[in-house]
Ligand binder design. Sequence first.
Ligand code: GRF
Length: 320
Amino acid sequence: MHKAKVAIFISGGGTNMAALLYASLLDGAPFDVVLVASNNADAGGLEIAAAEGIPTFVHSHKGHSREDHDAAMEAALVKANADYLVLAGYMRILSDEFVKRWEGRILNIHPSLLPKYKGLDTHKRAIDAGDSHGGASVHIVTPELDAGEVLAQVRVAIRDDETPESLADRVKFAEHQLYPRAVADYVSRGYDADYLYERVRKLALALPETHARDSHGSPGFRVGTEKSGKFFAHFNNQHHGQEHIAVLVKTSGMDELLDLVEGQPDVYFKPAYYGASGWIGLILNRPGVDWDHVSEWLERSWRSVAPARLTRLMDAADEF
Ligand code: GRF
């Protein structure tokens, strides 16, 4: 089984980090913790991680600009070969550039039922508002604070005599169940052929006049009529014994294909048979797939075989 390499950033007690770490040690866990790093040398979680033999790293933010501090933390991530960064009570805001470089690969846990109560004092705000439940949310980190896609949530009932402290304690228990599950699901889905196919299918069929059709035992997508349509994409799930789950799209020809494969071998490969006629494999079972990029390739490939009446329509739509 593929195991994702996860780094965890903490600033405090690190109970969520510990929950993640022990979850990673269970049989069948889809991720390993490869680094625990902190901006605070006193963060209790560092000792827990070190005791379990996990590499740790500390770099105080004091006296450093955000960019410099981020750069030191990122260097540790790169050195640890991390695929994903999981924030667990990390009390620093990451710079936009950092977040963009790791787009889709940073997760955070926030102690509220997002989109409610972004920022601080979440438990007090939920109690003061008379909410029936508080809770926690795991979300993808984007440059805007606590605003990325919510992946999973857990609800925690607010009792009559609740205080922010008592609610925070129970939310922590709930977080410890939620976070390892959400991280496991997230890092696994990028290697799950059904999930990847579904994403490709949605993008491919969003293009005008398209339909799905199998070809040589693999699903594919065509543009045009059922009768005379042409393939613009093929979905390969570890086809011909290779390790990739990939979508095959059309390049302009062998020069471009070989340039891409040589320049970015972790993203592209030359597929068996199809490669000879300019189809390139865009690898999907890897961390940090940029789905806008996949979508652009699909559109480009669609354009290369679509009838002129459809590409003209698309050009007109693009102008708006
Ligand atoms: C958690 O409540 C989490 O929701 C928030 O920070 C807290 C971290 O606690 N982001 P711990 O350090 O994991 O105990």
